[in-house]
Design a protein around this ligand. Sequence first.
Ligand code: FES
Ligand SMILES: [Fe+2]
Length: 318
Amino acid sequence: MIKDYFAGKYPRGWFAVLFSDEIKTGEIKSLSYFGREFVAFRGENGQVSVLDAFCPHLGAHLGDGKCEGNTIVCPFHEWKFSQTGACVDVPYATRIPVKAKEGALQSHPVREVNQIVHMWFDPAGAPPTWELPLDECMNGAPGWTRWYFKRWRIRTQGKEIIENLVDTPHFTYVHGSPIEDIVIRFDGHVASQQSTIGGHPTLGKKLTTEATYFGPAVQHITMDGTYPSKQVNIHTPVDTEHVDVCYGIKLQRDPALHDTDAIAREYARFAHEAFEQDVVIWQRKIYRAAPLLCDGDGPLFQLRDWYRQFFEDEIRSV
Ligand code: FES
Ligand SMILES: [Fe+2]
């Protein structure tokens, strides 16, 4: 029997953890990902940091603490930590323990691009090996709306979600939108799909999409349907059996439209309903390491080979 190579493992890469407007200056957010606990906080310099959540002193959860300037203060004895996880103050000690000064708390690389906060996670603890592209239209360009997003915490794994990229027949049977033309490419840590879809009940009479994964869990989509839109399909493992999967959409502003934001909200609702059709399937399906395929299926094994690079220490994308 072929074994499931991905079972019980986490891939290496950039993972979206928050939209920018979910974490304001001075705010702290607790994050439960990769079977671990983290805290994110935005200092007064505007920078978001992600640190391990448990204080190196006596283990309190820093998510219950407060943000002061560019530091996070533990709720238990008010040790204070910098954005890189170094202890910078112990209010009742004459001297900060040396070990506490040197990054007592692990900090994790963060990139806030496209109005989304991403953290780098590598089970082996290695630094990032690629960067996420900045898309001006996603990054707050004035001609575009804000992100309208929805997040689901579900019982599935990233390996299921990414398979949508090559699963051409499901577009007809799950979404009611048959694919007319599709080109799939794999290149290093990038996997992309360009397609023309012959109409969708709510998203447009004809859809042209370009959907690209940058690493295992962040997909950028440019879609022309009823309206030109940018979309993100992002997922982050909560543990080895659950993920937070999130779908975001923003529309290009059109002066001819009365209220692009109201339209974007409604259009996002349609997009989320379409995405939910996949969510329902993922929640209950099992993973077939050796599926029985037919000649009308997409290049599933090629996709799995591509995904495997994020789990193998010996293969590093450039
Ligand atoms: S547990 Fe954090 S300061 Fe004591
Ligand atoms: Fe789908």
